[in-house]
Design a protein around this ligand. Structure first.
Ligand code: ADP
Ligand code: MG
Length: 560
């Protein structure tokens, strides 16, 4: 073909390909999983576009994925009759990865192969995984509605070629020219085993030729065989789904390599009818704090994929949740704009949030070690909850965990409920201190009197804590009180004799206080005798209604 045009991969694609081939060579089976997953996405996209233009189906509306191998040519081919790609789409989708988060991705690589393999999976570099087992990949594709096809070919090094091609049918063929030593993929039984293991939950039929034994060898026949179950996993009844199937499905929707921490599968009936299958991952994705995160919840309407959305189906503070929501009520032609202001969506979202919070409560109560893992990964995100989701503030508050003087370790393990149970006779408030770091909080002179009296203080040093405290002002009727703010009245915790003693000290110190006040002048609001210190001679406090010292520092650091 004379018209082939040579194009260079973006520098990052090159780098990524090298990384992938080197860190994923022990995960070869995922290649099929990724390519099948793309074929399935392509079918979803066609179904969705065809809602508006039924002619896109042409005379072929039975969507499926086909897998074949050719021993002589040493190729494995994955074909779909989904949406296909135009020439420009091929250039945009395969060959450039100016995807959001690229920089963060490279920054988060650790050099540890197992960890990085996981990251690569999350980044969604599915297509390029082909080069783990292939030293040349040919992609032949024709977009639904187009008459012209395009052929893309690459050896996975610096460049790829593109040319106009012939293809009789809509969709995409991906031909893997296997590397030396990868002949195990030229095996009927092996391919079918991988498909059943990794892609059973794919809703489309995955078709291969049935095989028969001839002269001690398994040879393909002319007959088609559907290898997978080909039904939407979430629509099946719970009792028909194994743990492994749930886990494999999670990997499909989340692009994660690891098992999830927990999941809940719900069929909601009544005013709104929908199915939700919601997972809590075991590990935070590298783009947890990236505004342009790629993944979220997949929305389906009556099994038709509508969109993957990171915002409308889950609040920000639960942005780590992955899964599927399948509505029976929404119109099939629902658009992003409609979703924006849909009452139905609001209800589904509210219901789903309840399910996730319930799932976390359950984990906290029944599997505390698992919950501790969850907290380490996502605790800082959950702390955004009280501010964002006022309606569920109490539920969220009971899920929070903190470091405290009770354990005196940096680990955040103390719940507010535990704190309240340990409160001293006569103690009315939940005391906390905020600081830049755990060490600063722990060694703060403000804590001296509390330590002396054996009163527990929560040690808060995450950036999000100040933000959280703006909304979280009480728990079970007990006010949260900073130990660094205002006049510290330990109320009934001090006995009368102690109070008299303090009054005496204050009177005696009056002349000294007046001298200090004059010396410091306008630099301070007030100088007074304190009883909160036991070892340090003096400390700074802020007024009851003033910003805390820590918040002031944070704002200054942010240039305010
Ligand atoms: P992801 O699936 O996470 O987007 P991939 O690397 O697996 O990342 O695929 C990149 C893009 O290439 C897809 O988003 C899609 O636009 C396109 N693509 C890949 N395979 C196919 C296919 N079989 N049919 C149509 N488009 C495809
Ligand atoms: Mg993919």
């Amino acid at each position: 073909a004379g018209g082939a045009q040579k194009m260079a991969f973006q520098a990052e694609v090159k780098q990524l390909l090298q990384l992938m081939i080197h860190s994923l060579y022990s995960n070869k089976e995922i290649v099929l999983r990724e390519l099948i997953s793309n074929a399935s996405d392509a079918a979803d996209k066609l179904r969705f576009e065809a809602l508006a233009d039924n002619s896109l189906y042409g005379d072929d509306s039975n969507l499926s994925i086909r897998i074949a191998f050719d021993k002589a040519a040493r190729t494995v081919t994955i074909s779909d009759n989904g949406i296909g790609m135009s020439r420009q789409e091929v250039i945009d989708n395969i060959g450039t990865i100016a995807k959001s988060g690229t920089k963060e991705f490279f920054q988060s690589l650790s050099g540890d192969q197992a960890k990085d393999a996981n990251l690569i999976g999350q980044f969604g570099v599915g297509f390029y995984s082909a080069f783990i087992i292939a030293d040349k990949v040919t992609l032949l594709t024709r977009r639904a509605g187009d008459s012209e096809a395009v052929k893309w070919e690459s050896a996975g090094e610096g460049d790829f070629t593109l040319e106009v091609a012939d293809k009789a049918t809509r969709g995409t063929d991906i031909i893997l020219h296997l590397r030396e030593g990868e002949d195990e993929f030229l095996n009927d039984w092996k391919l079918k085993t991988i498909i059943r293991k990794y892609s059973d939950h794919i809703t489309l039929p995955i078709v291969m030729k049935a095989s028969e034994w001839k002269d001690g060898e398994q040879v393909p026949t002319d007959e088609d065989e559907t290898v997978n179950k080909a039904s939407a996993l979430w629509a099946r009844s719970k009792s028909d789904i194994s743990e492994d199937e749930y886990k494999e499905f999670y990997k499909h929707v989340s692009h994660d390599f690891e098992d999830p921490l927990s999941w809940s599968h719900n069929r909601v009936e009544g005013k709104q009818e929908y199915i939700s299958l919601l997972y809590v991952p075991a590990k935070a994705p590298f783009d947890l704090y990236d505004r342009e995160r790629r993944h979220g919840i997949k929305l389906y309407v009556k099994r038709v994929f509508i969109m993957e959305d990171a915002e409308k189906l889950m609040p920000q503070y639960l942005r780590f949740v992955r899964g599927v929501i399948d509505s029976a009520d929404l119109p099939l032609n629902v658009s992003r704009e409609i979703l924006q202001s849909s009452r139905d969506i609001d209800n589904i979202k509210a219901g789903s949030v309840k399910k996730v919070l319930g799932q976390l409560e359950d984990l906290a109560e029944n599997q505390p070690e698992q919950y501790a893992k969850f907290w380490n990964e996502f605790g800082r995100v959950l702390k955004e909850g009280p501010t964002e989701d006022f309606a569920n503030k109490d539920k969220i508050a009971s899920l929070l965990r903190f470091a405290s003087t009770h354990v005196d370790s940096e680990e955040q393990v103390v719940s507010l409920k535990q704190y309240v149970e340990r409160m001293k006779e006569g103690q009315e408030k939940i005391y906390y201190i905020t600081a830049d770091s755990f060490a600063a909080a722990k060694h703060s002179p403000h804590l001296e009197i509390f330590r002396k009296k054996g009163i527990e203080v929560l040690l808060l040093s995450d950036r999000v804590d100040e933000w959280m405290l703006g909304s979280l002002t009480e728990f079970e009727g007990k006010a949260l009180q900073s130990v660094a703010k205002g006049d510290l009245d330990l109320g009934k915790l001090e006995d009368e004799a102690e109070k008299e003693q303090q009054k005496k000290i204050e009177d005696e110190a009056k002349p000294l206080i007046e001298r200090i006040q004059t010396a410091l002048g306008d630099k301070v609001k007030e100088v007074r005798v304190t009883h909160r210190l036991t070892d340090s001679p003096a400390c700074l406090v802020t007024g009851d209604n003033d910003m805390s010292g820590n918040l002031e520092r944070l704002l200054k650091a942010a240039g305010q």
